[in-house]
Write a protein that binds this ligand. Structure first.
Ligand code: TYD
Length: 203
């Protein structure tokens, strides 16, 4: 049985994580002879559903409660989807993972060490792609998409989130984890070609 590969996509809102995760899934299925398993956080499972209700302003959780929910949703995601797919030898692609918590929840005032401790049962991806797009460009893209603004989609917030991502990426690398920073301001296909090249290298 071939080993699975665990890949996470990260970036600010509007950076293109969903588009690139989808394109990578298409690439894996068409070009590598392997099977992709694509999913996202927050998940559409029982915990993720409560998180989405909060992000949409339907219910309110304080920042620490929300951090716990993201961590719980992650363990549920691992248990339900990620581990079984890796065990089947799939290329597992997740649109957001732990780094999102280290960036967004920390920018929301939650203590960084505590965030690490509540996420320490979540296995590390084999590689994380951080799509690097400046906050101002993300805000423009979100406005062009006609999207509303959820809890995290404001310019000052995205600037704090970006700074927290930078620190979190440095910490991941110090811990020996593979994080690739990809210039996400280029065309969709230029970005996905870079990602595909790394996936090929790791398979
Ligand atoms: P997003 O992928 O933007 O969902 P959608 O495409 O449905 O808008 O994710 C929703 C938000 O959740 C995004 O603003 C980042 C935030 N988030 C966190 O704050 N912490 C986390 O741990 C995760 C996974 C996401």
């Amino acid at each position: 049985m071939t080993d699975g590969l665990f890949v996470a996509f990260e970036g600010l809102d509007g950076a293109g994580t969903t588009t690139q995760a989808e394109r990578t899934a298409e690439y894996v299925d068409a070009e590598t002879g392997r099977t992709s398993a694509l999913s996202a956080e927050p998940t559409d499972g029982p915990v993720g559903t409560q998180i989405r209700r909060c992000l949409e302003g339907e219910i309110d959780f304080d920042a620490e409660t929300l951090a716990l929910l993201f961590a719980a949703d992650r363990l549920d995601h691992i248990d339900r989807d990620i581990e079984p797919s890796l065990a089947a030898g799939d290329v597992v692609l997740v649109d957001r993972y732990s780094l999102s918590s280290f960036a967004y929840q920390h920018a929301d005032g939650v203590d960084g060490d505590w965030l690490r401790s509540i996420n320490d049962r979540a296995r590390s991806p084999d590689v994380t792609f951080y799509l690097d797009v400046p906050p101002a460009v993300c805000i423009e893209r979100l406005a062009d998409d006609g999207g509303g603004t959820d809890r995290f989609e404001h310019a000052e917030t995205l600037e704090r989130v970006e700074a927290a991502y930078e620190r979190a990426i440095a910490a991941e690398r110090d811990a020996g984890n593979d994080v690739r920073v990809i210039d996400g301001t280029r065309s969709v296909s230029a970005v996905s070609d870079d990602i595909a090249a790394v996936v090929d290298e790791l398979l």
